[in-house]
Design a protein. Sequence first.
Length: 155
Amino acid sequence: MNNLSKEYRQGGAIIAQRADGLYLLVRKPRARHAWQFPQGGLEPNETAKQAALREFWEEIGTDKVEIGEEQDIFKYDYPANPHFPPHVSEEDKAKYVGQEIHIFYGRFLGEDADISLAPTELVEYRWVNAAEITELVEDQTYLSICQNIIQQHAS
């Protein structure tokens, strides 16, 4: 299958903000591009919003988050070399040319005691301010999109 017949894997992400203004970042068990907002792929017959909420629950261990409408989309191609990042499955390499992540902004309604990370998917979480996000998130396009969303919701 060539790249012309492949499509983008769809996903949903949530930029979750706590009442004190800090944002939830999670770290994947990989060396590069490890820090991101909670996110994951769509299941069959699922909307991006439903996927974002489900993935938040699966990765963070709580559904104590409230989100609005989609804010933006982060679209990227998988690397064009045989050394895909380890987080890209063989199945995804065969089916997709990249990912299209639908990003939502939300309010975290719980407490740290409600958080129980999925150990196979995440190794750490941090509550960070907007400036700290720039120190942890590596992908500049993803970072720019997320910063724009955060600025739109600044009070």
